[in-house]
Design a protein around this ligand. Structure first.
Ligand SMILES: CC(C)(COP(=O)([O-])OP(=O)([O-])OC[C@H]1O[C@@H](n2cnc3c(N)ncnc32)[C@H](O)[C@@H]1OP(=O)([O-])[O-])[C@@H](O)C(=O)NCCC(=O)NCCSC(=O)C[C@@](C)(O)CC(=O)[O-]
Length: 303
């Protein structure tokens, strides 16, 4: 089979669940990750080694990693905010980690109790230790198209932070529209601006769908050259430190759109829709994925 031309980074088990108010059983998190990895997704973000008091839903990070049955060819990155988080992740067997900061000072302070500069300084020993341990490091920049606290975020600020992450050794930088306020022309212009400093092949886009713009933003960014897209099965998720942030764009909707564009993702959409239906039932939530719901309805009527 030819290599997928778009890599989907499935963030449902982490970004999708982190904001759930009811604690999701560890076994459910493990099953979700395993089910997702069986659909052809090559990157399934598994959990976060953050402060349990700040994000209680991620307190079982070590137990989640211990319960995984890793599939060949699938990576299971985990979020780490600092060296302490990295050491916890390494002890739990993580082979890829993701550091995260923001383009807005106000958001970064709320989210990680640090200024942007301080968070970047925190990452230097993380990158050094990760290289020593042979562990790949991804980077996130949050609030790239708007901040819940400061409002507009200058493009130059996003470019600066993304460049700093790439220069310190992040192999990929994901541009996060944390509150989903971006619109297609702005999103593509931002991507092109960052790509003037960071190779497009090292960039990813991460759109929350709070304003219903995520798919259109992804289309505009794919047309501008991005080839890595973050998404969340069933449209789960939202950041605990971005008031009202709803879920990420639904992975099923992204895959359906990309399939229609003839862009390979390697993902079995029917199988993915089943996972979306299963986790939505487990969480007693309605899936936010239009394509997922349509596929399940069709399967149900056919069944
Ligand atoms: C970063 C900190 C830890 C700073 O929190 P802090 O309080 O500044 O940390 P500290 O270094 O001052 O340490 C205070 C205590 O925390 C402990 N500690 C310190 N580090 C860790 C750790 N890694 N794991 C466990 N414990 C830790 C440390 O041991 C100490 O314990 P004590 O002495 O009080 O007993 C905290 O702010 C935090 O965990 N924040 C995480 C917030 C978060 O997870 N947000 C959601 C993820 S980001 C996101 O969703 C956006 C994204 C990525 O999806 C993209 C987008 O959509 O934009």
């Amino acid at each position: 089979m030819s290599q997928p031309s778009i890599r989907i980074v499935e963030v449902g088990p982490r970004d999708g669940l982190q904001n759930e108010q009811t604690l999701v059983p560890t076994r459910t998190k493990i099953e979700l990750i395993d089910r997702l990895a069986a659909t052809g997704l090559r990157t399934v973000e598994a959990t976060a080694f953050v402060h349990p008091k700040w994000v209680p839903q991620m307190a079982d990070a070590t137990e989640v990693m211990a319960g995984l049955d890793p599939r060949p060819g699938v990576s299971y990155p985990v979020l780490v905010p600092n060296l302490q988080g990295l050491e916890r992740a390494l002890a739990a067997g993580a082979r890829e980690v993701a550091v995260f900061t923001a383009a807005s000072e106000a958001f970064n302070l709320k989210n990680t109790n640090a200024s942007i500069a301080d968070s970047l300084e925190r990452f230097r020993p993380v990158l050094a230790r990760a290289v020593e341990a042979g562990v790949a490091v991804r980077g996130y920049v949050s609030t790239v198209l708007g901040c819940p606290y400061q409002g507009d975020v200058p493009v130059a600020d996003v470019v600066g932070v993304a460049t700093a992450l790439h220069e310190m050794g992040c192999y990929e930088v994901s541009l996060g529209d944390t509150i989903g306020v971006g619109t297609p022309r702005k999103a593509a212009a931002l991507l092109v601006a960052v790509a003037s400093q960071v190779p497009m092949a090292a960039l990813a886009v991460h759109f929350h769908d709070t304003w219903g713009q995520a798919l259109a933003n992804i289309l505009a960014c794919v047309e501008a050259g991005v080839r890595v897209v973050d998404s969340s099965v069933a449209g789960l998720g939202g950041c605990p430190y971005a008031r009202g942030a709803t879920g990420n764009v639904a992975t099923e909707d992204v895959v359906y759109m990309l399939d229609g564009l003839g862009l390979e993702t390697g993902v079995d959409l029917e199988a993915l829709a089943q996972v979306g239906g299963w986790i939505s039932a487990e969480l007693d939530r309605t899936s936010q994925s239009r394509a997922g719901r349509a596929l399940l309805a069709r399967a149900g009527s056919a069944g």
